[in-house]
Design a protein around this ligand. Structure first.
Ligand code: KIV
Length: 271
């Protein structure tokens, strides 16, 4: 008897079906092979190779410095670690804002050089033409509205967006524009839960929230934040599932102690 071990891969179509059936979408960031293997193996639906790599992997204050080549390197590593989940790769700052030719060329590089399944871009109406061209080249695009960290110098702070009605109305319109431009899903970052609920209900495509309440069609967190690798960042929306910083510090301190005392390596740990 042959056992069918074929893995059912998550696609953009799967996410659409999940929205329609009311099943929530789970998404986490990952930036390297080893963590991608853990996250995919645990059963995540979507891995985002986020430009938050600029913060949590490279130690930059913002997401602006990370380059297209660096994002490609991270995405290549993630792809080698996964079997099942859908992989979304962030288009970094400067790789799509200038014009739709540059945006298309950047998206094509990501798809060709990484084996990723889709790209993500921040912004609304101002990137709609670029999204249309990328989608018509056969590349799925995830949108990103609300707090868009690549625009941090325009916003000035990382506080909740779209509390005022004018900005909320622009976000409602932008969400529709992104859906019409062909996005398969939209990240809603740090906006009031009521607005996110309204936008999610008004769209056919799924929304993935981060700091946008429980009525989005899915949720995303930065892996380093939820695993407590990075302990300085403690926004209200973050649920920390582990304190790797503390556990790893204890492990390293134990190793240092054993090396200094001569306890490591023992007789059984040598040839
Ligand atoms: O880069 C990133 O990690 C993101 C998430 C915060 C959605 O864009």
């Amino acid at each position: 008897m042959s056992v069918n071990k074929e893995i059912k891969k998550v696609t953009t179509h799967t996410l659409q079906m999940m929205k329609e059936s009311g099943e929530k979408i789970s998404m986490l960031t990952a930036y390297d092979f080893s963590f991608a293997r853990i996250v995919d193996g645990a059963g995540i639906d979507v891995i985002l190779v986020g430009d938050s790599a600029s913060n949590v992997m490279a130690g930059h204050e913002t997401t602006l410095p990370i380059t297209l080549d660096q994002m490609i390197y991270h995405a290549q590593s993630v792809i080698r670690g996964i079997n099942r989940c859908l992989v979304v790769v962030d288009m970094p700052f400067g790789s799509y804002q200038s014009n739709s030719d540059i945006a298309l060329a950047s998206a094509i590089r990501i798809m060709k050089e990484t084996g990723g399944h889709s790209v993500k871009m921040e912004g609304g109406r101002e990137v709609a033409d670029a999204i249309k061209r990328i989608v018509s080249a056969g590349i799925p695009v995830m949108g990103h509205l609300g707090l868009t960290p690549q625009s941090i110098y325009k916003f000035g702070t990382y506080t909740v967006r779209a509390r005022e009605e004018a900005e909320a109305q622009k976000l409602r319109e932008d969400a529709k524009i992104l859906e019409e431009a062909g996005c398969f899903a939209i990240v809603l970052e740090k906006i009031p839960a009521k607005l996110a609920e309204e936008v999610s209900a008004s769209l056919r495509i799924p929304t993935i929230g981060i700091g946008a309440g429980g009525q989005c069609d899915g949720q995303v967190l930065v892996m380093h934040d939820m695993l407590g690798i990075n302990t300085e960042f403690k926004p209200r929306f973050l649920r920390q599932y582990l304190n790797i910083h503390e556990l790893a510090t204890q492990a390293v301190a134990g190793y240092i102690k054993d090396v200094k005392s001569g306890d490591f390596p023992s007789a059984a740990e040598q040839y």
